[in-house]
Design a binder for this molecule. Structure first.
Ligand SMILES: *Cc1c(COP(=O)(O)O)cnc(C)c1O
Length: 226
């Protein structure tokens, strides 16, 4: 049996260790990626002190958000989002980390209820030309950031990236350093950006050493997904 609480203790210690070694002096938060995990597994993580959860599929996310009504729980949407799901998702998440086009941002802005705080947004970047993954390339990034930051119901917070899988820590760090460089350039125009969401179960320590402020871990907490 997977011991979710023990896994959380273990990964939090590894995160803190990597953070203490990072030259960037940043804070790092943990997003527990709960896609394909049961509401019961999520509840176990929550009872062990984990508050932020990441989901990738709209229908699945909505079902769990409905089931788990603990007021302190925070939901991040991190998967490819279809325009026709924005209306359902915008009122129920705290963050959308996978915005990569203006039409999506406009829909989220339109459907974020006026009585709620603005929806936190990360732009997903795709800096390594991977056609299989979403994300905006480097060249159109600044324009997209300007357009998104002008939308009143959204709050642009930073970037999210899923770089190619690399076995070698040195290669992992090279890729993360490039993502951080893009983030720093963007921060010149948007100094309030505070989030660099990068690093997963297989490479989060390299990401932290290169300045990640949020790592997104699924298997490292919950075990292998079906
Ligand atoms: C699934 C997923 C993760 C977590 O991956 P693990 O390798 O299980 O840690 C992180 N980020 C995104 C965007 C994902 O889709």
């Amino acid at each position: 049996m997977i011991d979710i609480a023990a896994n959380l203790t273990h990964v939090n210690a590894r995160i803190e260790n990597a953070r203490s070694l990072s030259p960037h002096g940043q804070q790092v938060s943990l997003l527990a990626v709960s896609k394909k995990q049961s509401a019961d597994n999520i509840r176990q993580a929550f009872l062990a002190g984990q508050l932020a959860f990441g989901e990738s599929y709209a229908q699945e996310a909505l079902g769990k958000i409905d089931t788990l009504s603990e007021p302190d729980i925070r939901w991040h949407f991190i998967g490819p989002l279809q325009s026709n799901k924005c209306k359902l998702i915008a009122p129920h998440c705290d963050w959308i980390e996978s915005v990569d086009r203006l039409t999506l941002a406009q829909k989220l802005n339109r459907y974020r209820p006026a009585g709620m705080p603005p929806l936190n947004i990360c732009l997903q970047v795709n800096l390594f030309g991977e056609a299989s993954k979403g994300g905006v390339a480097l060249e159109p990034l600044t324009d997209l950031a300007a357009e998104v930051s002008a939308l009143p119901r959204l709050r642009l917070r930073g970037l999210m990236a899923i770089p190619p899988r690399q076995a070698e820590p040195a290669r992992q760090r090279e890729q993360f350093a490039r993502i951080r460089a893009a983030w720093l350039v963007l921060k010149q125009d948007f100094p309030n950006l505070d989030t660099l969401s990068m690093g997963m179960s297989g490479d989060f320590e390299a990401a932290i050493l290169e300045g990640s402020t949020r790592v997104r871990l699924g298997t490292g907490i919950f075990g292998e997904r079906d």
